[in-house]
Write a protein that binds this ligand. Structure first.
Ligand code: ADP
Ligand code: MG
Length: 570
């Protein structure tokens, strides 16, 4: 084919694809425009996860009648005029691309009136072409309605996820802007139902309550740090969770840099470093941090969606954030003391165990005798144990041929249930039990949750859950093992575990572990002799009795020799 210049229409659709990835991208651009326009109140309306309609209503400056068409031209902006200004951008927009891109791939209606004009303008566009224009009386501000996104780009339409998934992305976005701009009033209407509202009080704390609920907000610790370093003044403020409050995935880390919600690995890493040793492995804090620094220190022109940024001196930013968080934690959060001696038993974590088994199995499959280090450690098997009693309603004391065993009842039961669950899953027959009364649960803010997929996974796991409108779900059946556990909490954790965007499978394993963890007998529960005996018998039958699925030991062994030594008999 000879080289030729693409038609304007094709070029526009290609360019639009960079800015508008999914419905949430539209909401993001429109909300950013409203903020740039000095709005005090921003209303977002969404129908069917944004696939049907998205509308953003603001009371900002509005667009003068003479400029409305221009706003939809590519590279048309009122925010910068020269390349130099790129270095010190104070607005969220500057590329002049968003409206053109959105209009190119949707049916769009704008109604806007500038402060200095008496009458507003209504303009309708389809696939970027103006189809209708009229004068219209309306309040000052702008209403943009985007309908049938990607109606003319079937390839993109196909890639949209389930409505619930797209909706969650939009929810997460509006929550984030609510937190970044606590002095603005945001509201979010999903299919006619008000699902989020911020007061515009100017207090981030008030928005935290709306987003995470009062219980979480009350535990959060405020960060306030201003320091002058090589970058000039760097201001870090916001809220972080105490070490006792954590989540199974990293999506509860939210950062704003100069009012812009950004996704930045370095910032996440700085926070993880600050929490180092304070959180259980695999757990993450809830963090909402706002960074303010000289705009010339940040390059925001990295990507059309402007959610990636570059810092001129990322080491200095890293240090500032890490220090601010760490200092706050050390000053304000009680740090749990390490008690006692570390366990003598080397902890064999799941990952390592799986590798060992895999290599061993492979070796055997090709007829090679696996080297002993790769053999499944035979010593891991339990000797027959005799239950003596229970300590602190948490540990079972038992005697075996090699001395005394202290068994963590919760960890031991987790191991038993985990192996049972894996076996049931392998047979596609997870035992399920119907609830007498269906239970309604709320899954509030699950950033990034892939709604549809998570439900499907849960339903394969023995749950029967269906959406009941908005954030409410109806639970009709649960895996039998969970029947007496905290069902709502377990589901929230499982969904959390699933949504971490790591290697395939890791999320599912975490989800299985959460299920088991919520089903297992709690520490603090009195067990009868026969219950303890049952548990020990079941533990003896597992392939990995010595560690729970999290990799912690299920038991501590005091050998007869150790006892003799401690008592000075030898
Ligand atoms: P950018 O935000 O990068 O300038 P956009 O395509 O998003 O580009 O918007 C183009 C122009 O339209 C903006 O520069 C602004 O002047 C105007 N505009 C867009 N949305 C609004 C709004 N809600 N209120 C007032 N003006 C707006
Ligand atoms: Mg814009």
């Amino acid at each position: 084919m000879p080289i030729r210049v693409l038609s304007e229409e094709v070029a526009a659709k290609i360019a639009a694809g960079e800015v508008v990835e999914r419905p949430a991208s539209v909401v993001k651009e429109l909300v950013e425009n409203s903020i740039d326009a000095g709005a005090r109140e921003i209303k977002v309306e969404v129908r069917r996860g944004g696939r049907r309609l998205m509308r953003v209503i603001d009371d900002g400056t509005g667009i003068p009648a003479a400029e409305v068409e221009l706003a939809f031209a590519r590279h048309a902006t009122s925010k910068i005029a020269s390349v130099e200004e790129l270095a010190s951008i104070a607005t969220l927009g500057f590329r002049g691309e968003a409206l053109a891109s959105i209009a190119a791939v949707s049916q769009l209606t704008i109604v806007t009136r500038a402060a200095e004009e008496d009458v507003g303008t209504l303009l309708r566009l389809e696939g970027g072409k103006v189809t209708h224009r009229q004068k219209k009386g309306c309040p000052q501000g702008t209403v943009i309605t985007v309908e049938n996104l990607f109606y003319n780009v079937p390839a993109r339409l196909k890639f949209l996820r389930a409505e619930t998934t797209e909706r969650k992305h939009i929810d997460g976005l509006v929550y984030r802007y609510g937190m970044a701009y606590p002095h603005l009033r945001f509201s979010l209407l999903n299919d006619g139902r008000l699902t989020f509202q911020s007061l515009g009080s100017g207090e981030l704390y008030d928005v935290l309550i709306e987003v995470y609920g009062l219980e979480v907000a009350q535990q959060m610790i405020e960060v306030r740090s201003s320091e002058t370093n090589d970058l000039g003044l760097v201001d870090v403020h916001g809220y972080i969770s105490p070490p006792s409050l954590h989540r199974a995935n990293r999506s509860y880390l939210t950062f704003f840099v100069n009012g812009r919600w950004v996704k930045d690995r370095m910032l996440s890493y700085a926070v993880s470093e600050a929490y180092r040793t304070l959180l259980p492995t695999g757990r993450h804090p809830i963090v909402v941090l706002r960074l303010e620094l000289d705009p010339s220190q940040v390059d925001i022109n990295v990507h059309p969606t402007k959610s990636e940024i570059r810092f001129l001196d990322s080491n200095a930013v890293f240090a500032a954030v890490q220090k601010a968080v760490r200092r706050t934690l050390v000053d304000q959060a009680p740090i749990p003391r390490m008690m006692g001696r570390p366990s003598q038993q080397p902890v064999l974590d799941m990952e390592r165990w799986r590798r060992l088994v895999e290599v061993g199995t492979q070796a055997r499959a090709v007829g090679i005798e696996a080297p002993s280090a790769f053999e499944f450690p035979e010593s891991a098997k339990l000797p027959p144990l005799r239950v003596l009693g229970q300590v602190a309603q948490t540990y079972i004391i038992a005697e075996g041929p090699e001395g005394l065993y202290l068994i963590d009842q919760h960890a031991a039961h987790e191991r038993v249930l985990y192996e049972r669950l894996l076996a049931e899953r392998a047979k596609m027959a997870v035992a399920s039990q119907s609830l007498l009364e269906p239970l309604t649960i709320e899954l509030p803010f699950q950033p990034g949750i892939a709604g549809g997929e998570s439900l499907e996974f849960l339903n394969h796991l023995g749950f029967d859950i269906e959406p009941f409108g908005g954030e409410t779900y109806l639970v009709r059946a649960v895996p039998t093992m969970l029947a007496t556990g905290d069902i709502g909490q377990a589901i929230a954790e499982i969904v959390d575990g699933l949504t971490e965007g790591e290697a395939v499978g890791a999320g599912e394993e975490r989800a299985l572990i959460s299920l088991v963890c919520h089903s297992a007998v709690r520490a603090g529960k009195t067990l009868s002799q026969s219950e303890m005996r049952d548990l020990i018998r079941q533990l003896e039958a597992t392939t990995m009795p010595r560690t729970c699925p999290h990799g912690r030991p299920t038991m501590i062994h005091l050998s007869a020799a150790q006892l003799a030594r401690e008592f000075g008999r030898r």
